[in-house]
Design a protein around this ligand. Sequence first.
Ligand code: SF4
Length: 380
Amino acid sequence: MARFKEIEALYIHIPFCNRICTYCDFYKMLAKYDAKAKYIDYLIKELDLRKPYLSSIKTIYIGGGTPTSLDNDLLERLLEAIEKRVDLSKVIEYSIEANPLDLNLIKCNLLKKYHINRVSVGVQSFNKERLKFLGRIHTKTDAYDAVKNLKKSGIKNINIDLIYALPNDKFSIFKKDLVEAAKLGVNHISCYALILEEHTILYKYYKEGKYSELDEDIQAKIYYKTNKYLAKYGYNHYEISNYARDGYESIHNLTYWNNEYYMAIGASSSYYFDNVRYTNIHNLKKYYEGIDNLKLEYFEESKLSNLDQMKEEIILGLRKVKGVDIIRFSHKFGMTIYDAFGDIINDLINKKLLVIVNNSYLKIPENKLFISNSIMSKFI
Ligand code: SF4
């Protein structure tokens, strides 16, 4: 069985935020300067441990948490360390996640100085009430200023994250956020449905009877209307929740959906190579001990069988609107997708839940993308 590529993607996790959003279940925390400084020191040590895997890196993604919540000197220490350890002349996409409030011109210039060329801004909404419900403290003006400062610093590849399916939501309301995002002229928009996760502030509201999830049929309506609306404004729908102008699809995220290997550093970060999926421990003390002892502790370490790898190729590939590349599947696994999963595929095609396009791609029809999870689950 042939693997196609070396590790070309690097993810770096920063678990700090300035404020905790009501819906968030990521690994993140509020922290003081010294705690953040210690974390950056250990990230750099982990980067050194991972050096053998960094020679072919083409995309870097610094996510969180909120990486831009780091003080400028700490962020600069990290960016400088990355520059010394990764050959940035080979890096074609270098992204960071940002909070609008952090993106003053000084911070934007700092990002530009260290060759970051793509910024994903957590706007979520331009509406005051929606932002308040989500626990976000920025305003519409902050979001506008953030994009303006990024462009001024020379960073033009910008994503905006938006959230829909808030209580009593409907497309006519969410559309106002889409209009604002499109007006800002960003190259990429991600739209996520609000999901109720345990251990969040929203879950507490839910338990107290103060919040209930939006009806699924209404969510589906908003989703499909969003797809149409963004297409009209030149955003290609290329993944379940992602839309990009021509040539601005996220190369880093496509690594995940193409089921390629990738490296990651930081507490709770996940990575994949040599057919093993790893997740670093979600505990700073244990994370630091692991690095000191040169033996990282994993929250999860799972070796994938050949069948597991094929399943993941399909499940991740079906996230892309284009679908799974059937020919690539055969080359990668030495058997056709039909030999591996013929019965399931035929059944789903008969039910109009999958289609084959030009004998090249197996995909979920666009009018069924909202129920993609239940379609993908048939391959588990
Ligand atoms: S959604 Fe983002 S900014 Fe909000 S708490 Fe979670 S990681 Fe932090």
